[in-house]
Design a protein around this ligand. Structure first.
Ligand code: ADP
Ligand code: ASP
Ligand code: MG
Length: 408
């Protein structure tokens, strides 16, 4: 008898009908004799709704501990409803919040990390023939406070449970039938991939593809969990995330990712002296703001211009910090832009091939798109462009790198 962890995202549980359909799917698997642990998200839009309520209540940044108490309620609704639907179908089920399972996390409210999972209750329930329904996205710290795992965190709950239970497979059921060459909402010609490597999936997740939370991919890669992304609504094998590279090595570029959540800041005319980069970035880090791309340019007059990107939510805060840094360092001025996007091409095949970057830049130039920043690593090239060029850039690159065609 196999053990499966099935995770159902927000759109898969956003109405009574859909929850009933999810229950049917679980029952079918159960009828074949498999043990099922189902992890569910809150109904689609619910976490956003709760976040807005908190912001209305507290104009200042809401207190993180209370935020987690609030946000965790979304998933509590869906676990109970799904368990009811299962019981109605004659399929015994029992729901658990993260705290009831004892999904132990650190105390970093709103972005906690899982430390340990107590599998005792779940195993006992499975042993009794129950389907176990677990709330995604939440845990409990060692003092008993409710914590949440960051947006999209139910994916990580599912993978972590699969590791703890030594499950045979972890299925992420969502509103697309797999991982595509790019977000099919932006490029309808995007093609579903049969397989993708952990390495590429990790890059895609970190570069903005929200189909899987980055920590879920990290976890699955580390413990070699058989991870699959599939549709909740239609049949099919979905996409397997795997260590095998043979098929994909033939493609130079496997996928395109983009991130709409970035903003860019520049401080110009900074005296070019040792320690300047740390004097700019330390005050940003002190405010708990994460920096993504960084570029420094030295001008002829021995001053330097320093540009970096942050999450759009941190744009105003970063600008204020940077204005103070500008005064302290005697720099010229601070400028910024929060209507930019980062677009990245990803592929393990890039390692062994030259000329991909220049090809990418030419494609964008031919469309009259100005590149504002560039960064590269072994298996990805990222550019920052104006937000209005997102669709055009993604579609032009998708076509130029032949992503709609099978690479076999
Ligand atoms: P869920 O609520 O089920 O967790 P998400 O919205 O988090 O679903 O993730 C699924 C969405 O990810 C899709 O609807 C799609 O728009 C988006 N997405 C972004 N990049 C990709 C990609 N490369 N392949 C498939 N989906 C992608
Ligand atoms: N409900 C949470 C969110 O919307 C967690 C998840 O869906 O994975 O981010
Ligand atoms: Mg998600």
């Amino acid at each position: 008898m196999a053990v499966f962890v099935y995770k159902f995202g927000g759109t898969s549980v956003d109405s009574v009908e859909r929850i009933k359909a999810v229950a049917e799917k679980i029952k079918q698997a159960r009828d074949q004799g498999d043990d099922i642990v189902a992890v569910v998200s809150a109904m689609s839009g619910e976490t956003n709704r709760l976040t807005s309520l908190a912001k209305e209540m507290q104009q200042q940044q809401p207190i993180d501990r209370e935020m987690d108490v609030l946000l965790s309620t979304g998933e509590q609704v869906t676990i109970s409803l799904l368990s009811m639907a299962l019981i109605d179908l004659g399929c015994p089920a029992c729901s658990y919040t993260g705290g009831q399972v004892r999904i132990l996390t650190d105390s970093m409210h709103t972005k906690a990390r899982i430390r340990e999972i107590d599998d005792k209750n779940i195993k006992a329930d499975l042993g009794k023939g129950n389907v176990v329904v677990v709330a995604g996205f939440q845990g409990i710290d060692d003092k008993g406070n409710i914590t949440t795992l960051g947006r999209g965190g139910s994916d990580t709950t599912a993978v972590a449970l699969a590791v703890a239970l030594k499950a045979d497979e972890c299925h992420i059921y969502t509103d697309v039938d797999g991982v595509y060459t790019t977000d099919p909402r932006v490029e309808p010609k995007a093609r579903r991939l049969e397989k993708i490597t952990f390495e590429e999936m990790l890059e895609m997740a970190s570069l903005g593809s929200k189909v899987l939370q980055i920590r879920a991919v990290e976890f699955a890669g580390k413990y070699n969990v058989a991870l699959r992304v599939l549709s909740s609504f239609k049949e099919g094998g979905g996409t397997l995330i795997t260590y095998e590279e043979s098929q994909m090595e033939r493609a130079l570029v496997s996928a395109i990712a983009f991130n709409r959540d970035e903003a860019k800041l520049t401080i110009t005319g900074v005296p070019d002296l040792p320690g300047v980069a740390s004097k700019i970035l330390c005050p940003i880090a002190d405010k708990n703001i994460e920096v993504d791309m960084i570029i420094q340019n030295i001008a002829a007059d021995s001053t330097t211009d320093f540009t970096f990107t942050v999450h759009r939510n941190d744009y105003q805060k970063s600008k204020e910090v940077l204005k103070q840094v500008c005064r302290d360092l005697g720099a010229k001025q601070v400028t910024g832009d929060d209507s930019i996007v980062k677009i990245s091409i990803v592929g393990v095949g890039m390692r062994s091939h030259a000329g991909i970057a220049s090809n990418m830049f030419k494609v964008l130039a031919d469309e009259g798109i100005n590149i504002r920043m560039i960064s590269t690593s072994e298996i990805k090239i990222s550019v920052v462009v104006d937000e209005k060029y997102l669709e055009l850039s993604v579609r032009a690159l998708h076509e130029a790198f032949g992503l709609e065609k099978e690479n076999v």
